[in-house]
Design a protein around this ligand. Structure first.
Ligand code: SAJ
Length: 417
């Protein structure tokens, strides 16, 4: 039995590698020829702990290979991006293109699974697209359990940085369009899954994925809102949360410079787009979290003003050091990072130099290259007048208090609480 994974990104490639690690024949498909060549050399084009080793072994042992065009297989897993468009409407064009590319190679008995985070109804929509391309085959929407092609929605829920652990260990929600589709999908994931397959229908599974990330977004927004209130009331928000969390039924998350990554800041909008009247809390949480980087900039402006008042320096002499660019601690992923956004806002506003410390990178991303200077931790601590803590990387939490001489600090992560 051959398994085909369409889209070899942060989810597709680890999933392909997981099946291949159980000695299943896997063909990975991606439109990016560079990614395909890299994988066929046994290397990877993304950063994820342990993935390189698993892919290398799978390719060397002949269980995994990549191609740019779909080939016949028995199961197809679609794991392509579903970003949103300018007005927060989900963009399903990659799923549509993936369905169109798979349709010509489908045969009776095949299973098609959508893994991409999608609005409710997307799986039925995908089935319609497939049926439109292949009138010679029957699909669940017309033929029910007796259909030629089986279709399910099975979202991933792995944490970036721990994908190769969570992919195996997490329970998996399986939303088949029919009972047979669900059963076939369970059998497939059980090839490598140590967690449990929990069966539901496709619409519930779609909503479940959106719900998980919206839950986290709403809870982080609560913490971020508290941080604004506490700043007004001269209360240490970190101490406040620590104390409140001593209550047996309270568990507040941590505030920060905003919410980054590729899922939590995106998925809630899928719910809002489909249910604008009902999703007031989810929308507001998004707005609270998206506003946080701008609030951090205002805090920096205040500290800079105080620093200028207390010294004879001009604004253009003042150095601001930003600590961290990654979207969360102890990773090197800078995409969709609020720390990056804050750093850019500061660099665009500030007349003097903006320094950056990011122990996980050797080179600044292009967007920042001519705006800021990448420095070692100790150098930045020595040179800067104002410190802005943006990511609670291990290295920053280990800074000794006596190494910090500055009194003008914006600490978005409570590292210097
Ligand atoms: N963050 C805070 N405060 C917190 C926790 C997180 O500000 O207390 C921030 C982080 O700094 C980061 C953002 O939220 O900027 C998101 O980080 P995260 O670690 O919460 O989540 P992701 O985006 O790395 O992965 C999430 C996970 N979803 C949930 O925990 C519900 C993961 O399980 C999903 O698979 C993933 O989204 C996804 O692909 O959807």
């Amino acid at each position: 039995n051959t398994i085909s994974v369409i889209g070899l990104g942060y989810i597709g490639l680890p999933t392909a590698a997981a099946f291949a690690s159980r000695q299943k024949q896997v063909i990975g498909i991606d439109v990016n020829a560079h990614a395909v060549d890299t994988i066929n050399r046994g290397e990877i084009h993304i950063v994820e702990p342990d993935l390189d080793r698993v892919v290398k072994t799978a390719v060397e042992e002949g269980f995994l290979r990549a191609a740019t065009r779909p080939e016949p297989a028995d199961a197809f897993l679609i794991a392509v991006p579903t970003p949103f468009e300018g007005d927060h409407q989900p963009d399903m064009s990659y799923v549509r293109a993936a369905a169109a590319s798979v349709a010509p190679v489908l045969k009776k008995g095949d299973l098609v699974i959508l893994e991409s985070t999608s609005p409710v109804g997307a799986t039925e929509q995908m089935a319609e697209w497939l049926a439109g391309e292949r009138p010679d085959l029957s699909f669940p929407q017309q033929a029910g359990d007796a259909s030629d092609i089986h279709i399910a929605y099975c979202p991933e829920r792995v944490l970036p940085g721990q994908v190769m652990i969570e992919l195996f260990k997490n329970d998996r929600v399986i939303g088949g369009m029919t009972a047979t589709s669900s059963q076939r999908a369970c059998d497939l994931y059980n090839l490598f899954l140590e967690g449990e397959c929990v069966v539901t229908n496709a619409r519930t599974a779609e909503m479940c994925k959106l719900t998980e990330n919206s839950f986290r977004d709403v809870n982080i927004a609560f913490a971020n809102e508290l941080s604004l209130i506490c700043a007004e009331q001269q209360i240490n928000v970190w101490e406040l949360i620590r104390l409140a969390n001593r209550h047996p039924r309270v568990n507040i998350l941590q505030p920060g410079p905003g919410v980054g990554g590729h899922c939590i800041a995106v998925d809630p909008w899928f719910i809002v787009a489909q249910n604008p009247q009902q999703s007031r809390l989810i929308r507001t949480a998004r707005e609270v979290n998206d506003a946080k980087p701008h609030w951090v900039l205002e805090q920096v402006k205040q500290r800079v003003a105080e620093c200028l008042m207390a010294s004879d320096k001009r604004a253009s002499d003042l150095k601001i050091a930003c600590f961290g660019l990654a979207f969360k601690p102890d990773i090197d992923d800078l995409r969709e990072s609020p720390a990056m956004q804050v750093t850019r806002l500061i660099a665009d506003w500030h007349q003097g130099s903006t320094l950056v410390v990011e122990p996980h990178i050797h080179q600044l991303p292009e967007k920042l290259r001519d705006k800021v200077t990448l420095l070692a931790l100790d150098d930045a601590l020595q040179q800067a007048d104002v410190l802005v803590m943006l990511v609670d990387h291990r290295q920053f939490k280990a800074i000794r208090p006596e190494a910090v001489q500055q009194s003008y600090i914006v600490d978005t992560k409570g590292v210097w609480r």
